[in-house]
Ligand binder design. Structure first.
Ligand SMILES: [Zn+2]
Length: 475
């Protein structure tokens, strides 16, 4: 007996096992956890596109005392510790700053996530009539499995700039009284050829056409009568004409609200949780910060899913320019070297999702190194493909500091990597921020069914991501 208990003591001291969040939380913390997740679901339902996400973030930030950088510049306000400032990048990307006690030159604590999610975009000349149906052509955005997007209720979210310059937001398919849209699939009875194709070819990109209408306009003298009827409905309702589609941005996303998953309501099923789960938790974390030591930054970027390119993405100079503006406002004399130092001395959590262990697909996941949903916020030292190619691969010294921050603040965390070696891979915005010399590590929430129309998160991880990000800002 003596020997066994000695062994157990030694084992407890020397070996390490990840903890399950549900097993370590007391009742009051559980209540906090479930409350936070109600807010999260509400955020998801209001932020189904990067534009809607940006709007919601600015709304919540403004309610919490943030003011626009444009106002700060115009009124020549000098940033002081505790001042809260946001910058809006073309309504698609946004950054929040809570000014710290230390000078910006000493570096910032930055959490960066992305607002865009895989979806179907309407093409620029999308409307066509065929065989008495009105259909819309799409071009998919980001990494999707095309077969997942058929026979699924879809909603249209878009922005239209009319020829007179007026900008209107259009959302159809989210209200319960709204119609929804579908992409059809072949019945099994006639799918012999289709079923023999590879999964990647069973549904083609050009096959993702949206069923949008079928009543002809009541005038037998003209052709394309269904198209005319649909254009007429759109014109009566929104005052738009077909040419307006050519310059519009319409995104097609799964219709409906986020839902609790599991009889115990432990999980959430919703569209776009990659990466809005990190967006929401880092947003909540920064809204709870008053006067940090180092300036706290929450960065929400667009276009991560298509390679972080374009002027609203992480590759753009937007963030760097914002830091320049702040230094210009803070210092008597502006100097470029101060901006470089502020960036190089910063610490970053690149907040993104990754694949949680899925018992349905153990063959592609290394059980010892895959994160488990429910085991907390996940640190990912490296991403990449074929031997860490394209990865940021965080430094051990920095990882050690993050580990201590989490352990000191009762944050349940785990280490994880994306799947088995040589099974595939992926990337995040981490490497782009690392270019400035910042210390960067990926740190986010594991999901099931990543990039599917509905992704699954554990409420426990949402809660621990919030706590982890908050602790990071407070250190
Ligand atoms: Zn992502």
């Amino acid at each position: 007996m003596e020997n066994i208990s000695m062994g157990r003591k030694l084992q407890e001291r020397l070996s390490h096992k990840w903890r399950n969040v549900w097993e370590v939380l007391d009742d009051s913390k559980r209540e906090e956890l479930f409350d936070l997740n109600e807010e999260y679901k509400d955020f998801l339902d209001k932020s189904k596109t990067e534009r809607e996400g940006t709007k919601e973030i600015i709304k919540l930030a403004s309610e919490n005392g943030f003011i626009s950088i444009d106002e700060v510049i115009e009124r020549k306000i000098r940033p002081v510790p505790g001042m809260k400032i946001y910058g809006n990048n073309k309504d698609k990307s946004v950054v929040l700053f809570v000014i710290g006690k230390e000078k910006l030159e000493k570096g910032m604590n930055i959490i960066g996530s992305h607002l865009d999610a895989p979806r179907l975009d309407l093409k620029q000349y999308p409307i066509y009539e065929e065989d008495n149906f009105l259909l819309l052509k799409t071009h998919y955005y980001g990494g999707i499995k095309k077969y997942q997007w058929v026979t699924l209720p879809l909603a249209l979210h878009g922005v239209v700039i009319k020829s007179n310059g007026e900008k209107i937001d259009i959302v159809i398919g989210e209200d319960e009284k709204d119609p929804v849209f579908f992409i059809t699939d072949l019945l099994p009875h006639l799918a012999k050829d289709q079923m023999e194709k590879k999964m990647s070819e069973g549904i083609s990109g050009e096959g993702l056409n949206i069923l949008f209408g079928s009543i002809p306009y009541n005038d037998k003298d003209i052709s394309e009568r269904v198209k005319l009827n649909v254009l007429n409905i759109l014109n009566e309702r929104y005052g738009i004409v077909e040419e307006d589609f050519t310059t519009a941005e319409f995104e097609v996303v799964p219709s409906g609200k986020s839902r609790d998953v599991g009889i115990d309501r432990s999980m959430i099923g919703a569209y776009g949780q990659d990466d809005r789960v990190c967006v929401f938790t880092s947003l909540k974390a920064i809204l709870d910060i008053e006067v940090p030591t180092k300036t706290a930054v929450a960065l929400f970027v667009d276009k991560e899913e298509i390679g972080s390119v374009g002027n609203t993405s992480m590759e753009s100079k937007f963030f760097e320019n914002m830091v320049s503006e702040l230094i210009n406002l803070s210092e008597e004399e502006y100097s470029e070297i101060m901006v470089k130092r502020a960036l190089a001395n910063s610490w970053v959590l690149s907040a993104d999702t990754l694949a949680g262990f899925d018992p349905n697909y153990p063959e592609v996941l290394d059980k010892n190194n895959s994160p488990f949903i429910g085991n907390g916020i996940t640190i990912v030292k490296y991403t990449g493909v074929r031997g860490k190619g394209g990865s940021n691969d965080a430094n051990s010294e920095y990882l050690g500091k993050i580990r201590n921050i989490f352990n000191d603040n009762e944050v349940v965390w785990q280490m994880g990597e994306l799947g088995k070696v040589d099974q595939g891979g992926g990337g995040t915005i981490a490497y782009i921020l690392a270019n400035y010399g910042m210390e960067v590590v990926d740190c986010g929430v594991p999901l099931l069914s990543v990039h599917a129309p509905y992704e699954i998160a554990s409420k426990a991880d949402v809660y621990m991501a919030y706590r982890g990000y908050n602790a990071f800002y407070r250190q």
